[in-house]
Design a binder for this molecule. Structure first.
Ligand code: FES
Length: 577
């Protein structure tokens, strides 16, 4: 390997703030000294911004306050100067109406925090669903050296000796409760046992998926994404990341040096192999566009067709992230994927993906399956098209009941979430197990923010028959911990007049996953008549961030980024006056 060129101290970005002899630099130096630091602490050293999504209300990031200190330990050890920059925390279950409304906010905040401060390198602390893509999108756009420190999954849930998985078991036992099988006391016990440590959801939900994707893109230290948050290896990884970012600042190893079309294809490959969340689709598209790499839904579908699900983790499989870690974690999974992964891609530690996974072993072939014995051959993702979704829709076949993957049935249409909540359990609702539940007004503009309503609850009278899945179609997303035959991300969405807005109760809907079709059996003439009578909904927000969101958010097939943030072009460095 050729020797890496190292920056000189006067080439560091922060030198413009602290290293020159003028009035402004005097002000910056005197103010850093105000905090008790001496020149020996900071002068001529890379300044490392630790963008921390810790908050008192983010259960998944409760340890990130301490982890930031452990990152700082590594930064000090390597001769850097750490500064912590708090950013929006985005607790998935708590933030309303949905964290997806604020992913772009965090991305913009991350980019601007890094741009406006004297930062030479960034450590990104996140993991709860939208925080990973938000932080990475911002770091890609800012394009200074950056390393991602995944929050890591929480420990397995436990209830009466049974293992409980975040989300997946909530949905499962909630359906039992609605069917009258579970009483109040039992429900309370499940509530006590399902989330018993800090860390992210420990199923292969959006958090574990996106942390795995970050590693597969080359943006974390090897193996970082699988370490359970409470494991002592986690703070060691945090400190090691702190040491490494200082070197990256000297080497000027930026996201643009790491991210290529191939590294994104590696990320998609890993996403499919872990049975990743459908949410990853919008995040991958958004991150790729920030990096100037034109990926499409069809690129994801092509990879989904050839990569089987080999991580046996809920909701596609049986185990949890803690089991995955003990089985060898993501390095072992990538090693098992062999030629499906391009090992020549560069990563943050300066080595290639191939070098990083060399010798990685799987210690449990049931948790990390060989390619010839996958958990599912039906795939973690299928992209559907047809007159109901001209710009595409997605489904996760591996989490659906296989009998429903080729299905035609009459639509039962709900015009929005409140309509669904009001009528779903009405005994008079004309619904059978063959019906197709359709939810409108749940997309990026309609939700607003494309909430996770896509796993529409099953009508009570269907549940009481012992049936736990039916075809559901919407322009919303679903939690990565969800399961069922749920067609999601229908584009264009109903709120902008997409064909989903034109579906009426009783229309026949055809889902044909093997042939990638989503269609409503309604003539073009009739659809034109309905389109002419359609009126757009009133905007949700008269002012504020929500109004900006509505004006600039793109549709699901484009990644739901803001048009002005996804746009190419370099923002100039700030003037220092
Ligand atoms: Fe934070 Fe699931 S709630 S990762």
């Amino acid at each position: 390997m050729t020797a890496q060129r190292r920056k000189k101290p006067e080439e560091l970005r922060s030198h413009r703030w602290y290293g020159v002899d003028d009035l402004r630099a005097f002000g910056h130096r005197s103010r850093i000294k105000q905090m008790g630091y001496a020149a020996a602490d900071y002068a001529g050293k890379p300044i490392i911004g630790i963008v921390n999504t810790w908050s008192d209300i983010n259960q998944c990031h409760a340890h990130l306050r301490v982890r930031a200190e452990e990152v700082k330990r590594g930064v000090w050890q390597a001769g850097g100067f750490p500064i912590e920059l708090p950013a929006m925390s985005l607790s998935e279950p708590v933030v309303k109406p949905t964290t997806m409304l604020y992913r772009n906010f965090l991305a913009m905040e991350t980019e601007e925090l890094l741009r406006s401060h004297p930062v030479d390198g960034a450590v990104l602390l996140g993991g709860c669903d939208k925080t990973t893509p938000g932080l990475i999108m911002g770091a890609i756009s800012m394009n200074i050296p950056a390393i991602f420190v995944p929050a890591g999954p929480m420990l397995r849930g436990n209830w009466r000796g049974k293992t409980l998985g975040s989300g997946s078991d909530t949905w499962k036992y909630w359906a039992d409760r609605r069917a009258g099988v579970i009483d109040d006391a039992t429900w309370g016990e499940i509530e006590d046992g399902i989330a018993r440590s800090f860390g992210t959801c420990m199923t292969m939900g959006t958090a574990a998926t996106m942390m795995s994707i970050a590693e597969a893109m080359g943006l974390t230290l090897p193996g970082a994404s699988s370490i359970p948050a409470p494991d002592a290896n986690h703070p060691r990884m945090a400190s090691a990341s702190g040491r490494r970012i200082v070197e990256m600042a000297w080497e000027d190893l930026k996201p643009s040096d790491i991210l290529t079309r191939k590294s994104f294809e590696n990320a998609i490959t890993v996403d499919m192999a872990v049975g990743g969340s459908t949410n990853a689709v919008v995040h991958i598209l958004a991150m790729a566009r920030r990096a100037g790499i034109p990926l499409t839904l069809d690129d994801l579908d092509a990879i989904a067709k050839r990569v089987p699900v080999i991580a046996n983790i809920r909701p596609s499989g049986a185990f949890l992230m803690e089991d995955f870690y003990y089985a060898g974690g993501l390095r072992a999974l990538i090693a098992k994927l062999g030629d499906h992964v391009d090992g020549s891609q560069r990563t943050v530690n300066g080595r290639t993906m191939g070098e990083n996974v060399q010798g990685a072993e799987s210690y449990n072939d049931d948790v990390i399956r060989p390619l010839n014995n996958p958990v599912s051959t039906s795939g973690a993702l299928a992209v559907l098209r047809g007159n109901l979704a001209p710009d595409g829709a997605v489904i996760k076949p591996s989490a659906a009941e296989q009998r429903l993957l080729e299905h035609s049935g009459p639509a039962v249409v709900f015009k929005d979430y409140n309509d669904m909540a009001a009528r779903l359990d009405d005994p008079k609702l004309d619904v059978t197990p063959d019906s197709v539940l359709v939810l409108q007004s749940a997309g990026p503009l309609g939700g607003p923010g494309m909430p996770e309503w896509g796993m529409l609850p099953m009508p009570k009278k269907i549940l009481e028959k012992g049936i736990r899945d039916m075809v559901r179609v919407s322009d919303s997303r679903m939690s990565g911990t969800s399961y069922g035959t749920c067609v999601l991300h229908v584009a264009p969405e109903s709120a902008v007049g997409g064909p989903l807005a034109l579906v009426r109760t009783g229309d026949t809907i055809t889902l044909d996953v093997p042939n990638r079709i989503l269609r409503m059996e309604v003539s073009d003439d009739e659809l034109e008549r309905r389109r002419a009578a359609w009126t757009p909904p009133k905007p949700h927000y008269p002012r504020g961030y929500g109004a900006i969101f509505a004006r600039h958010v793109t549709q699901a097939d484009q990644g739901c980024d803001f048009d002005f943030l996804a746009a190419p072009g370099k923002v100039p460095e700030p003037e220092i006056h």
